[in-house]
Design a protein around this ligand. Structure first.
Ligand SMILES: Nc1ncnc2c1ncn2[C@@H]1O[C@H](COP(=O)(O)OP(=O)(O)O)[C@@H](O)[C@H]1O
Ligand SMILES: [Mg+2]
Length: 252
């Protein structure tokens, strides 16, 4: 059995059998607004503060300033952690745009994967050096769903995703990677990333009797005894909390 890494999210370790197996990649699937970015940031922030495990956040859809100001609302001062060399933010939105620029310049080359693969390679190199720079043990990639705009071709997109996820597994860090359900307009069973990762956690918003309930479920976790139930979670000013023993829809 591998060592378990505490997620830093109340209730989550209990669901997944004690924590994330060290060195593995876990996929978080959820629609917009389900709290994927908050959960991942909580994992990194509490890693730094409770476990002395530094982190790197790779953003494919948000700028650094936006991320820092959003997370400050939860009392998580990532700017300060960056200054203390405990945290690094990689703005991969720009790297993706470089790929699009390349596409315009080297029209010929884009018939092959060269232009775009370069940018994923750059990202992986950059990630590797930031992991060394802050001695990171935890990495987040948020969100693969954004790759649909940079890699409209499904084969190229899949190659990019496979490269990213495989390199995370090789880098010796414990990672959370997010994606969105239905971002391809496909059915549930068509989320290909699921097959590449060690575990899958699904976040969703349910509607019933005029009320909405946030619910989370562990869909897959290799080598672990998990609680597979759909259980409620909340988001408030201190972040995400999961209630593994509470029924959905508040019936007592
Ligand atoms: N202080 C708060 N109290 C309650 N809900 C909050 C608070 N801050 C953010 N949220 C909720 O968190 C969600 C956004 O979380 P986020 O992690 O950005 O989602 P995602 O990354 O999945 O799109 C929104 O639904 C928002 O209403
Ligand atoms: Mg987000």
């Amino acid at each position: 059995m591998s060592k378990k890494i505490a997620t830093g999210v109340n209730g989550l370790d209990e669901l997944i059998g004690g924590g994330i197996p060290e060195g593995r990649v876990i996929l978080i699937i959820g629609g917009p607004g389900t709290g994927k970015t908050i959960l991942c940031s909580q994992f990194l922030y509490n890693g730094i503060h409770e476990k002395q495990e530094n982190g790197v956040f790779v953003s494919l859809d948000e700028s650094k300033d936006h991320f820092y100001s959003e997370m400050k609302k939860f009392g998580w001062d990532f700017r300060k952690e960056e200054a203390n060399k405990k945290f690094a933010f990689i703005d991969a939105t720009r790297i993706s745009r470089v790929a699009m620029l390349k596409e315009k310049i080297y029209k010929e080359e884009t018939r092959s994967l060269r232009g775009k693969r370069l940018s994923v390679d750059n990202l992986i190199e950059n990630l590797q050096s930031q992991i060394v720079h802050v001695n990171a043990k935890r990495v987040v990639v948020d969100t693969l769903a954004a790759l649909i705009y940079r890699f409209p071709d499904p084969v190229e997109r899949r190659t990019a995703i496979v490269d990213l996820i495989e390199s995370l597994a090789d880098l010796g860090v414990t990672s959370l990677v997010t994606t969105e359900l239905g971002y391809l307009g496909l059915e549930r069973n068509a989320v290909e990333e699921e097959f590449l990762v060690h575990g899958v956690i699904m976040m969703q918003t349910l509607f019933s009797g005029g009320t909405t309930t946030r619910a989370i479920q562990v869909e897959k976790m290799r080598e672990a005894k998990v609680n597979p139930s759909l259980v409620p979670y909340s988001i408030d000013q201190s972040g995400i909390e999961i209630f593994p023993n509470m029924p959905l829809f508040g019936e007592q």
